[in-house]
Design a protein around this ligand. Structure first.
Ligand code: ASP
Length: 452
């Protein structure tokens, strides 16, 4: 039994919905389908979720709502007409949006209810269409499915008791069509996950019904061993582990929402990345364990910018009991989350994402003053514009010279490595470099590991 999730690009118009429906019709194992809101149809087009956010902004600022409301409805109208469905659905959607705007006073709740409508309406359209072409399908709202979430608007988390409810969705006669991206709080309010959260819904449902596989349909056939926008024609990855996926997602591989990995990892449900436009291709499998080819220690390379480091120098730092704790406590007191803490004998660095400071509305200078006051270091060095380059592979801990290959290649390309970090599990190495060299570093490493 499979749970399949189709993203916004797979459902952007009637033609795409027909492709998706054919995939469902041709594969009797797909019993539960999770859908996104219609995505973009062409460059410069706007996703329905973003149109709904515009509608919310107009309403909350007291601007006219008619034009943004019509823009949302027009998208569904076009789809419904092209699929030959009953146009009364559009009037129903119109009514739903107006009712939300008239009755929900809390701004965060209204925002979530409007945003969730994108997937909610699409699920209703798709279930009607499938039924009309002879594949009995039923729309199941997240409330009926029992997807209970924390009451954190725009950033919901699943409540674990949901799994018992979801299990009951197994073995139904019809194909069940569930809108992604939201669940219900204990008080019965709609609460959305973070953006891109339909992946999370799919992963939750696949885990809850104990599916044999979770198929995640998008517009690419594979996860590639590097970002195709940065490295020329990188090779596909046929199989990778949850751990490898997590490490790659951390550093900017955005094929799959990283929070979606957690439920499938916990319940050991294999994930398959598939392409709606090329459904015959068996895409990348994400699994708990895989066989490692000793000649290919590295699975993928990724990079992300926007990091900064704060390095503290103090002679005999290693002799001061509790130094690291006091340093980290300062960041904690400011509410700032940190990423890595590489250490030397007489120095220690803290690497964080620059956006953390904005997010927490904290001035870096305030943190530095506190560090001076509490730890009395000899020197504090701040480096901005840093990128983190991750080299990821389950085979790395078996391989000898994997690190050497990277350092040699980077040095030959004249790239200065500011820091190296390797976790104990040895499935990844992280290099901190200046962001101006990120693209060059990724290409250099790709050549060294994959083209040599
Ligand atoms: N429609 C939502 C978004 O654009 C969720 C999703 O597509 O996964 O973020």
């Amino acid at each position: 039994m499979k749970v399949a999730k189709f993203g916004g690009s797979s459902l952007s118009n009637a033609q795409q919905i027909k492709k998706v429906s054919a995939i469902i019709q041709n594969d009797g194992d797909i019993r539960i389908v999770v859908v996104s809101a219609p995505g973009t149809r062409f460059d410069d087009d706007i996703k329905v979720t973003d149109l709904l956010i515009d509608l919310y902004n107009s309403k909350s600022q007291g601007d006219a709502i008619e034009a943004p409301l019509q823009r949302v409805l027009e998208r569904y109208q076009a789809i419904i007409v092209d699929l030959d469905l009953d146009e009364s659905l559009v009037a129903k959607f119109d009514q739903t949006l107006r009712t939300y705007m008239d009755t929900i006073e809390d701004p965060d709740r209204l925002s979530d209810a409007l945003k969730a409508s994108g997937e909610d309406f699409n699920a209703q359209v798709i279930s009607q269409y499938l039924t009309s072409i002879g594949t009995p399908a039923r729309y199941v709202s997240p409330k009926e499915a029992g997807i209970m979430v924390s009451d954190e608007p725009g950033n919901a988390r699943l409540l674990p008791e949901s799994y018992d409810n979801i299990y009951k969705l197994r073995n139904q006669d019809e194909v069940l069509i569930v809108p992604g991206f939201f669940g219900y709080s204990k008080d019965g309010d709609i609460v959305t996950f973070s953006r891109g959260g339909s992946d999370i819904s799919g992963a939750i449902l696949a885990s809850g019904v104990k599916a044999d596989v979770y198929e995640n349909y998008t517009d690419v056939s594979y996860i590639y061993s590097a970002h195709p926008g940065v490295v020329h024609q990188p090779g596909p990855v046929y199989e990778l582990t949850y751990k490898e996926m997590r490490e790659l997602a951390y550093s900017g591989f955005v094929i799959f929402h990283d929070e979606a990995l957690e439920p499938v990892y916990k319940h050991q449900i294999p994930v398959m990345i598939r392409n709606t436009n090329l459904p015959d291709i068996e895409g990348t499998m994400i699994v708990a364990q895989r066989e490692v080819d000793p000649n290919k220690p590295v699975t993928g390379i990724a990079g992300d910018d926007g990091f900064l480091s704060v390095t503290i120098e103090k002679y005999l730092l290693n002799r001061e009991v509790g130094f690291t704790r006091r340093l980290l406590q300062i960041f904690e007191d400011f509410g700032v989350s940190i990423e890595h803490v590489p250490t030397g004998i007489d120095n220690i660095s803290v690497i964080l994402r620059e956006r953390q400071l904005e997010l927490c509305q904290v001035e870096l200078d305030d943190i530095l003053s506190k560090i001076s006051e509490v730890l009395q270091p000899e020197e504090i060095i701040v480096e901005e514009n840093l990128s983190l380059i991750m080299v990821v592979g389950e085979g790395m801990h078996e391989g000898v010279g994997v690190l050497n290959t990277a350092t040699e290649a980077l040095s030959q390309s004249g790239i200065n490595i500011r820091m190296i970090n390797q976790g104990a599990s040895e499935t990844s190495m992280a290099f901190t470099i200046n962001s101006s060299k990120e693209v060059k570093a990724l290409n250099t490493l790709y050549d060294a590991y994959f083209r040599s």
